[in-house]
Design a protein around this ligand. Structure first.
Ligand code: C5P
Length: 242
């Protein structure tokens, strides 16, 4: 598979000079919102790695490729083009071979599928190169589960966001409701807990804060405040960068 936005990197040393803000954490902690704000104001690229896992899992599932079918997974990756476009409102539009699939993959069903395929080492290793190819000037904001631990271990700044399960479920509920998804708060609480459990307990790239990540609890704070804190930390790191 190719990424529309990907470009050949001249060398690892060149691309690693491009600054990266890695934002990890479970669903509903505000990663996406904080990340897209900062990417927008700084004019940096944005990588919503969850969208990549969702799109890949959707395509695999639709074509009947089981998570343990390594040959099928590799063939799918070769034959499929995944494209992501950030709209003016900061939403990421997801296309699989040109087909817009955002609504189909954004719900909890899509999250569950993503989490299932994301536990497979072959899937993760195929998707790593797509993610690293997004590291382009003037900088990259990357959000996901393993941005700071696996994909960009040399990130300029690593943030790990947390929040209480109730607040995360409520945020996901508001988010999905606003996109006309048919969800209940109770149902989401259970689905999010199950997905976290699966993501945190897998053998490869489990959901865990990097040892050098700054951990921020977003439960009782407004998004604007978090954005300001993270952006301030980033400015300090960038000063020492060159
Ligand atoms: O972030 P989002 O909720 O869209 O991610 C969907 C799923 O994709 C996660 O629950 C996780 O299983 C997987 N994922 C991952 N690594 C990432 C991003 C997402 O395993 N970097």
């Amino acid at each position: 598979g190719r990424c529309e936005t990907s470009r050949r990197e001249d060398s690892m040393s060149m691309s690693s000079r491009v600054p990266v803000l890695a934002i990890d954490g479970p669903s509903g902690t505000g990663k996406g919102t904080v990340g897209s704000h900062i990417a927008k104001t700084r004019g940096w690229h944005l990588l919503d790695s969850g969208a990549l896992y969702r799109a890949f899992a959707f395509a695999a599932n639709e074509q009947g490729i089981a998570p343990d079918d390594i040959e099928g997974i590799n063939a799918l990756d070769r034959e499929t083009e995944f494209a992501f476009e950030t709209t003016v409102s900061g939403e990421v539009e997801i296309r699989v071979n040109g087909r817009e699939v955002s609504m189909r993959v954004r719900g909890e069903q899509g999250g569950r599928l993503a989490s299932m395929y994301a536990a497979v080492p072959a899937v993760r290793s195929r998707l790593i190169k797509h993610q690293r190819s997004r590291r382009q000037d003037p900088g990259l904001v990357a959000d996901g589960r393993d941005m700071g631990t696996v994909v960009f271990p040399d990130a300029t700044l690593k943030i790990f966001l947390t929040a209480s399960p109730e607040i995360r479920a409520q945020r996901r509920y508001n988010q999905l409701k606003s996109k006309d998804f048919d969800v209940t708060l109770r149902g989401l609480e259970a689905q999010i807990a199950e997905r976290d459990q699966q993501d945190a307990s897998r053998a490869v790239a489990p959901l865990v804060a990097a040892s050098d990540a700054v951990v921020i609890d977003t439960s009782r704070r407004g998004i604007g405040e978090i954005v300001e804190e993270v952006d301030g930390l980033l400015s300090i790191r960038l000063r020492d960068y060159d």
